[in-house]
Every structure is written in structure tokens, then in C-alpha cells.
Design a protein around this ligand. Structure first.
Ligand code: 5CA
Length: 439
């Protein structure tokens, strides 16, 4: 992409309304624009990161055996009346009436909708196990939308729903999602700590939140310091028995601060850490809560029909954009982990009106694209200092800086955004450095 053809509305001033780094940086980097409280438009740079995060989530859900569907954002009130949640959900639910005076709602979650799909088509245990997910916008009329897209009213969620014949098999489905979440967040360069949690309006009797550590997080968490070096289960296979893996993780102490009781904590004071975190995922096992209320039953091997056992599994896809920035930024701007970066490498031409600089920049740009990289060419007619600052701000992992002084010596500068390291090398070596990192 050529920056001269792109839409990147950078802000020079720090927006006053933004209280935390990720909100400030997303506005300054031209990633989002507020439409109304807690509701945002995603501009090209933001949309690209959002899509990359969604794609990692999708790949890991597919790998864990879940099947992608797409359910609507607008749901009929009747489904929620069947489960009993239409009245229970309260003011957080956005209620809509259509032209025929039918009560509808903008879905805050999809347990009822997916249970309706299931009961329409599945009658026998032979169709199980089944796990259906979608990546879709939700609406919750939060009392205090804040921190930009971190606590929005409209937000993008991945929500998966598992169906099994009994509690034991449902536990297997739960464990698969548990492990797939650790893998998903690890791919984004994040350490996520699973923590026993309340089930809230979703209901049920087993639940874990996945928390990433960040100073500005809304949740306080106490945890064993070994979490910081926990093996990220990348090598675990879904065909093995996952219970020991889950047990290994859950045996390491992690508690929300309101649940931490110093008198009853098994961890020695020296090993205990207390930090703040952001909830990026939440999984629930709630058994027959919705299936019994909505008549989603299957005939078991003995021919007897029983309500199916269900769980639901959420990831805050749009919240992760902010969460990753909270976990990875400095005073110059965002530092994207390679896997979610909007572009792999920025080619910065400091003097576009210089023939040698432009020829070199164009050559590097086209060879990067040919090597399967996604490069951004800064060909704007801007001061060199402003260019370097804006590329630092938007956090591209590698920068190749081309200027007349280097050209005279046949070299360009390669900068690693995360470490700040810079080296002067030939254009060929620059290509090897940044493409080698991609592969
Ligand atoms: N149906 C269940 C699981 S699919 C569910 O809705 N769970 S949840 O309420 O915990 O939401 C799942 C995830 O969505 C949360 O872990 C969080 O990362 C994200 N999320 C929830 N509310 C918001 C919000 N207001 N803004 C941004 N992300 C949110």
C-alpha cells in the first residue's frame, strides 16, 4: 500500500476524552472514529488489525473442531421469552420494535438463537459433539461505555456454543475451548491467565475468564508468578486427553482480587503477584439451562430423549485490539506484534523528489510484495521527522528508511520498532532481514 493513496487520518493532538493509552493511540493512529458513546467506525488501519485478530481466532476455532456459522444481529423477542432472559437481561438489552409491532432486540449474545438452530435440526446423539461459532457484532447498552473500544456498546465478539450428550462430554468440549484460547492468545503475543469466574447473566456452574496483564486493566488479579513463564501449550494436540493440561493450568493460583483471601491463599508471599488485567475471553458450562427451557433434546443410545448439555465461549475480538496495544506500546506509539500488525514493514522514502531514493524505495517495495510481505510505502511529501514519527506511532514492526545520505554509500537503515535497534545495510540485506522474520 502506498501511503499517498491510503486513508490514514492521524491526529496531532492527544484527544482529551481518551483516558488510557490504547484509546489515545487508536484515535491518534487513525484506527477508529467515535460515532456515539461506545459505538465506533473502524477506519482502514483499524479494520485491518481487527480482521487479522478475527482471522487468528477463526483459525484456532476451526483447529479445535468448531464450525463457523453466521447468526443475525437482530433477534426476535420470542426466543428470549422462551429462555426467560427477555425480562432478566434488563436495561443492557437494546429493544427494537419493527413496523408490524413485533418485539425484536439487538443481540447481546446468542445462546437462544443457536439453541433454536440446534433444536430445529438435531434429534440424535449421533450428530454430537457439535460446536458452532460466529464472529458477529453485539450490542450491550453498558451503563458506562469507556476506554474506547475496550468497553463499547457495539463490539465484535467470537461466540461459540457446544452441544454434548452429557456432562462428561461437555467437559471435554469445555477443555478444548480452554486450550484453544491459550493457543489463540499466544499467537497474538499475549499471555492470558485463565481465572475461575462468576457466570453472571449467562448462567451455569463452571466458568473461566481469560485475563491479559495490563496496568490499566479493569480487573484486579492475584496470581502465582510462574504464570509469567507458563508453557503456552502450543504443542498440545486436540486428540489427547486435555484434562491434565487444563488441571496443570488451573492448579497454578489465579484469583480475581475480590475473591483473593490472604488467609486462605496457598501461594507463598514471595511467589504471589498482584496486577491489573483485561478480560479478553470468557467460557461457560451451563449444562441444560437453555436446552431444557427451549426443548433442545436428543435421543441417547438407549433411545431416551434428554436435554443437550451446552457451553458457550466468548472472545472479545474488538476489545483485543485495545488489549494488545495496552500490552505493547511505548511513548512513541503502538508496537504491533508481527502476527496482528496492519503491515509487516514500512518503506520510508525520506526524499521522494530524489531520483535515487525513489528508485530504491520502489524497488524494495515491489520486492517485498513479491516475497509475500505486506509493505507500506511512505511516499508522502512530508518532513522526514514527521514521517518517522508517524510510522513509529502506527507501530509497524520493521522500518526500512531510505535517504540521500545512505544512498550515497549504497545503504538503507533497518529499524526494529520493538527493540529500537537500527542497522545500516545494503538494500539486499534489508530485504533478507525483514522477510526472514516473516517466514
Ligand atoms: N455468551 C457468552 C460467551 S459466548 C458471553 O457473552 N460472554 S461474555 O459476556 O463474557 O462476553 C465475552 C467477551 O466479550 C468478554 O470476555 C469480553 O472480552 C468481550 N466483551 C464483553 N463486553 C464487552 C464490551 N462492552 N465491549 C467490548 N468487549 C466486550
Amino acid at each position: 500500500m502506498r501511503l499517498s493513496h491510503y486513508f490514514l487520518p492521524l491526529l496531532k493532538e492527544t484527544p482529551k476524552e481518551a483516558q488510557i493509552a490504547s484509546h489515545r493511540l487508536m484515535l491518534r493512529a487513525g484506527m477508529i472514529q467515535q460515532s456515539s458513546a461506545g459505538i465506533y467506525s473502524w477506519l482502514p488501519l483499524g479494520k485491518k488489525v481487527l480482521d487479522k485478530i478475527a482471522q487468528i481466532v477463526r483459525e484456532e476455532q476451526n483447529r479445535a473442531g468448531a464450525l463457523e456459522i453466521m447468526m443475525p444481529t437482530i433477534q426476535p423477542a420470542e426466543l428470549w421469552q422462551e429462555s426467560g432472559r427477555y425480562d432478566d437481561y434488563g436495561a443492557e438489552m437494546l429493544r427494537i420494535r419493527d413496523r408490524h409491532d413485533r418485539d425484536m432486540l439487538y443481540g447481546p449474545t446468542n445462546e437462544e438463537q443457536v439453541t433454536d438452530i440446534f433444536r430445529t435440526h438435531v434429534r440424535s446423539y449421533k450428530a454430537l459433539p457439535l460446536n458452532l461459532y460466529h464472529i458477529q457484532w453485539k450490542f450491550r447498552d453498558e451503563v458506562r461505555p469507556r476506554f474506547g473500544i475496550m468497553r463499547g456498546r457495539e463490539f465484535l465478539m467470537k461466540d461459540a456454543y457446544s452441544f454434548d450428550l452429557d456432562a462428561d462430554r461437555a467437559r471435554t468440549a469445555y477443555n478444548r475451548m480452554f486450550v484453544s484460547y491459550l493457543k489463540t492468545f499466544a499467537r497474538m503475543g499475549l499471555t492470558a491467565i485463565p481465572m475461575e469466574a462468576e457466570t453472571g447473566p449467562i448462567g451455569g456452574d463452571m466458568s473461566h475468564e481469560f485475563i491479559i496483564l495490563a496496568e490499566t486493566g479493569e480487573s484486579g488479579v492475584y496470581f502465582h508468578k510462574d504464570w509469567l513463564n507458563a508453557d503456552l501449550v502450543t504443542s498440545v494436540d486436540y486428540d489427547e486427553d486435555l484434562q491434565p493440561v487444563v488441571d496443570r493450568f488451573t492448579s497454578l493460583y489465579a484469583r480475581a482480587d475480590e475473591k483473593h483471601d490472604p488467609a486462605d491463599c496457598p501461594v507463598a508471599v514471595d511467589d504471589l503477584m498482584s496486577l491489573r488485567g483485561i478480560e479478553v475471553g470468557h467460557i461457560f458450562y451451563f449444562g441444560e439451562k437453555y436446552s431444557a427451557a427451549m426443548g433442545a433434546t436428543v435421543a441417547g443410545p438407549d433411545g431416551v430423549s434428554v436435554p443437550v448439555h451446552m457451553g458457550s465461549y466468548g472472545i472479545g475480538v474488538s476489545r483485543l485490539v485495545g488489549g494488545i496495544i495496552e500490552a505493547s506500546h511505548d511513548d512513541k506509539g503502538i508496537i504491533w506484534p508481527r502476527a496482528v500488525a496492519p503491515f509487516d514493514v514500512a518503506v520510508i522514502n525520506l526524499k521522494p523528489d530524489d531520483g535515487a531514493c525513489s528508485a530504491c524505495a520502489e524497488d524494495i517495495y515491489s520486492r517485498l510484495a513479491g516475497a509475500g510481505c505486506d509493505p507500506l510505502l511512505d511516499d508522502r511529501d512530508e518532513r522526514p521527522g514527521a514521517k518517522l514519527a508517524s510510522i513509529d506511532l502506527i507501530g509497524i514492526p520493521w522500518q526500512i528508511v531510505i535517504g540521500p545520505r545512505g544512498m550515497a554509500n549504497g545503504v538503507v537503515e533497518v529499524k526494529n520498532r520493538a527493540t529500537g535497534e537500527r542497522v545500516e545495510v545494503s538494500p539486499d540485506s534489508a530485504l533478507t532481514m525483514v522477510t526472514g522474520d516473516a517466514i
